[in-house]
Every structure is written in C-alpha cells, then in structure tokens.
Design a protein around this ligand. Sequence first.
Ligand code: IVH
Length: 701
Amino acid sequence: MYDEKTEKLLIEKSRELLKLDIKKIDKESAKKIVNDLRDVIRYHDYRYYVLAQPVISDYEYDKLFKLLKDIEAKFPDLVTPDSPTQRIPSEITKIFPEVKHLTPMLSLDNSYNEQDLRDFDRRVRELTGLDIVEYTVEPKFDGAGISLVYENDLFIRGATRGDGEVGEEITNNLKTIKTIPLSALFSKYGIKKVEIRGEVLIKKEIFKQLNEERIKEGLVPFANPRNMAAGSIRLQDPREVAKRNLEAFVYQITYAENEKGENILGKIILKHSENIKMLHLLGFKTPFEVMKVCKGIEEVIDYCNYWQEKRDSYPYEIDGMVIKVNDIPLYEKLGFTSHHPRWAIAYKFKARQATTKILNVVFQVGRTGAITPVAKLEPVEIGGVIVSSVSLINEDFIKEKDIRIGDTVLIERAGDVIPYVVMVIKEARTGNEKPIEFPKTCPSCGYPIKRPLGEAVYRCFNIDCPAQVVERIIHFTSKDAMDIRGLSEATVKKFYKLNLLKSIPDIYRLNFSLIKQIPGFGEKSVNNLKQAIEESKNRPIYRLIYGLGIRYVGEATAKTLASAIRCVEDLQKFSKEDLMKLPDIGEKVADEIYNFFHTERNIKIIQELKEVGVKTCEEREEKKEGKLKGLVFVFTGALDCCSREKAKEIVESLGGEVSDTVSKKVNYLVVGKEPGSKLQKAQKIPTIKIISEEQFLELIK
Ligand code: IVH
C-alpha cells in the first residue's frame, strides 16, 4: 500500500506536524497543514488498524488527530467528506467472515485534563437538565476491542471491531479464552439475546514472559500487550490462540432483548453499574471490583487522579479511565456525535511513549566499572518530563533491537521506571544510520575493557579509574545512602577535579577554607555542607553498608546485613556460607560481599571512616518477640486490607520477616487479587503455606 520512500516521508512529516501550535496557524497555511494531517493520519490508521504495526505512539496519533479536528473546527469550510474526522477508520483484513454488529461499535471521545472532564459534565447537565449526574468510572483497558453475542444463554458469536459497523467473526478464537463463558444464565434476568462489548488483554507479566520466549526462538517481540492481543485474536489456528494466555474483560451491554423481541435496555435495565454487577455475577471478568459510582464530576476527577498514580501496579495495561453516565435512560437524551456517544468519555493518562531520534551514543563508567552505552536523544517530552538520554543497557540489547546512531526510536517511560527503548522504527531509516561501536578501552582511564565470560556487560577493572571513584563517592552521598545534601553529583565531580575529594573518607576531611574560595560557594552554603556532612556521621549502619556500593547490595540486603552484625567491621569474619544463611542472600551476592570485605583497600576505607567519626557500630535491635517470630512472609497480588508497606510493618511488628522473593526460607505466601508469578513458584515448594488475605488477617489478629 505504501512504498518505503513514502513511509519515510510520512513519518518525518508526522514529527514536523507534532511541533505545530494551533494558535499560530492562519487560514492561508491551514489548507496545506490540513491536507498533510489527513495524509499522515490515513497512513497511521493503516499501520494501526490493518497491519497492527503502529509507527508512532498512541499519544502522538491522538495529538495529530486532535490538531486536525481543532483546525477544522476553526476553519469549517476546510472540512471535506473524506477527512479522517468524518468517518471511523475502515479497511479490515478479510481473513475471517464479516459480521454486522447489532449496534455500531463506536469509539470514545478523549479528555486529557480536569477541565476537559468538567466541560463534559457541563454538557451532560445541560442536555439532561440535571443538577448533579451519577457517573461510573472504570479502567480503560488497552487491548483489542471485541463484541460478544449471547442468545438463549449461549455464546453464539464473537467479533473484532472492524470498521465499527462490520467486524470479523472470530467466535472460535474467542471460545479459547477462558474468561469468556460459553454459556451464561441471562434468562434469569429476562434476557433472551444480548450484545456485550469488551476487550481482549494479556497480563503485563505474561506479556513479558511470552516476549522473552519469542526472542529466544528468534521471533520478533511484540511492541506492547495491545499488539500482542490484537495479533492473537486474529490467528488462524485457535489452538495457537489458546496458548497465548489471553483474557477478556467485558464492560458494556449495548443491546438486550426479551422473549418478546423488545429491546429492554433503558426500559427494564436501568443502570450501567447494575449491568456490570450482573455480568460479574454471571461469571464474566469485568471491572466490577474497581469500578466506582460517583456523584458529580469532582468525585470522578479524584478517582481518575487516584488511578493515574496506581496505574503501574495494576496487572493489566490501562491507558486511562472511562467515565459513563450511570442512568441508561439518559443515553437517548444525550445521543451520539458522528463518532462517539455523548454519555461517555475516556480520560487518558499522561502518555508514556514517544518517538525521537538518537543523536549520538556515549559510554558511561559506573561505580562497579560497568560500561553502559547511553544514547543522547533529540529531547522529547514523555509524561510531563523531558527525556534527552536513554540507557541502551548493553551490547546484547543493542544487537537484539538493531539500534543505530541516527535511528528513530520509540521510547517508553513508565512511572518511576527509567526510560527504555521499546523499538527502532525501521521504516524511518534513511540509510545514513551508523552502527554503535564499543570502545576497546575505558573512556575514563584508558585501561583495556573486558566482557567477562557469561556476563552481559563490559567492565573496566582498574579500581582507581577516576570515573569509578567519582561514581562511588556520588553513591555514598546519595539520598538513600548517607544523604549528604550539598554534595550533589556536580559538586562531587568539581571537588574531585580540584583534588579536594579523592576518596570516600576525604568527604570528612574537606578543606572548607579552600572551598570558600571556589566561586559559587558562599559562607552559607559551606556551613550547610559542613552541617550535612556532620549529620551523616550518625546514620544507621545499614545506610553506610549500602553507601559502600558493594555490587548487588541494595537497601534491602544492606538491612539484612546490618541486622546480623553490631559493627560493619564484623562482616570481615563472615564466611560465604555464613552470608548465605541470611535471608535473600544467594551465592552470587555472598561472593561479592565476601570479596568486598576481604579486599584491603575496602577495609582501609571503613577504618578511615571510623577514624573520622562515622558511626560504624550500633546496638543490635533485639528481634522483636511476637507471634510471627522466625516466620518469613511473601506477598503477591493486591491486598484489600492495606498497602504492601503496611502489611510489612504489621508482620515486622509481630517479629516476622517479609521477603520479596519466593525461596525455601519462606513460610507463608499471602495471595491477594491478581497474583503474579510468585504463586506458581511457591506451589512448587511444598514447605510454603499458601494462604488467602483472610487467613493472613486471622494469623495477625
Ligand atoms: S465503553 C460506546 N469501556 O476504548 C462506548 N470502552 O476509544 C463503548 N475501552 O472501543 C465502549 N476500556 O475498545 C468502554 N471500560 C471501557 C473500556 C473501553 C477500553 C476501549 C474500547 C473502545 C475504546 C474507545
């Protein structure tokens, strides 16, 4: 449909159009822009709907679409009947038989902020004449839309969305999805025939596993769970579909007929929330547990904001929330625009993906000598943060994704997770892209670098390598370690260059009268720095252990070590076997700890820290006596009672321990909602008792 050259042009054009500001567009320039927008949107529709291989993020697509809509609203005589805004994208892959939906499968209007939601509410109130409207709020599942028909309590037909009017019949494929009941007692509710809308999804965790398997088999990984779901329901062999671990959520009844053949939706069936409850009771997977009925838009806004934060901990990919008027009889009053119902709207979360260009690749040396390739990017905003560099992880990652300098890449930034390259947009290549070459020597000290057998990273083994020393000092001063404010990354680097700070103990021997002479360091900032350094001498010793920067020793392991000793120096007496007896410490970690405390220069650092007054000993808190003494708990899935943190606190206050990983040392696995892979792991270890949240609450009563 599109040749390579055209694709490149269209992608480049999209990126130019994304930079436009509607306020600066006049009638004269609008004509060409509108034409360009239509061309690129048609292309992206084709990539997305027909090929299921998008080359821009959804957010960017929505932005282009919105721009076209806005310009057309500003200059209505530019609207043409064939504009993408005037029709629902068509073109279906004609592999499965076509079926007409009982009611059209419409899409939802989007909103991006609180104001959009208030505007929506105002329109609803104006059209219904109500003062306050009851809404339901539920997740917007990011999968593949489906339509299901049940007649005489039997699942008779399942279809994809297609062009909204006509979809592809995929009944046999959908029957393999275990969350879709093959029969359901709708007759109990006086319903003879019903049409239900829903979404086929894949759990984020399973998506990851399946993609890893695909990579091992040499297959191209899917870009995201939605693409995997959309691709899977159109596979021609239902047995293959069954292997994909698909699930289906249903979230809307669009048609319901009684024995007499009358549509009873909005007549006898009156509330959306009741429908969801009914579907839930009939055995469907629904948003029932997380759906909220809200009185008025402010409650809606609060719930949307709450979910924006919670999004990453939900086991399924969701890209927003859907707000629906709860009273079905009002649907008729509100009606539809050409594309959307006026009784519902989607609230889209801040985008987590964007495309941009790799300008260059630099190599950074970490505190353990690991050399990490870092791509410098054309700065791009993702979820409210400007991203201008991204780690390319290691050589294998670069090879696997075939990343080159000059490539256009899709970047994802989820929650607090560091940005990540999802894929290279190969269609955007011009032929001028350059392969990424690893250096032969350390970019900081010039020592030859090596990739040890069985490891994924190159390392610089020069322990005096300036970059490593600086990174170790930065780590030592960081917030979760000794938390020395005033000694920022930049300051550490500056002091190192000025020969003021050459090792960790030097922090406590800084020459403040010299520092006062450095431009930018006034009396006040020097005093603050002095005080921050002084305060850091008394941190709990687990922070000191963490701050030493032992490979694989994070905060949790540092706490484990601290609770096993009185003084940091005591760790010199631990054998590897002693270390492995501690919770969550395996052979690899034990090796690193053992080696660290048997290396002379490290012992010297600890000795010097002690001499300058850093606390290295503390009285051991006696293990709390309590009914859970000696018991180790692991949690999986969401708990109703409380957050994970709270549950951990309770267990610890009763003398028990909480671990993040399932191992033979674990006594109890507490299973919450939507448990993860820990459950399967625990099932293989007979000594672990698997208990529900209720049983857990009973134990801690
Ligand atoms: S309601 C007419 N509820 O989002 C309204 N849709 O852009 C029927 N979606 O095509 C849809 N989660 O594929 C509804 N909780 C939810 C949804 C949801 C995801 C999808 C659906 C729809 C698209 C709208």
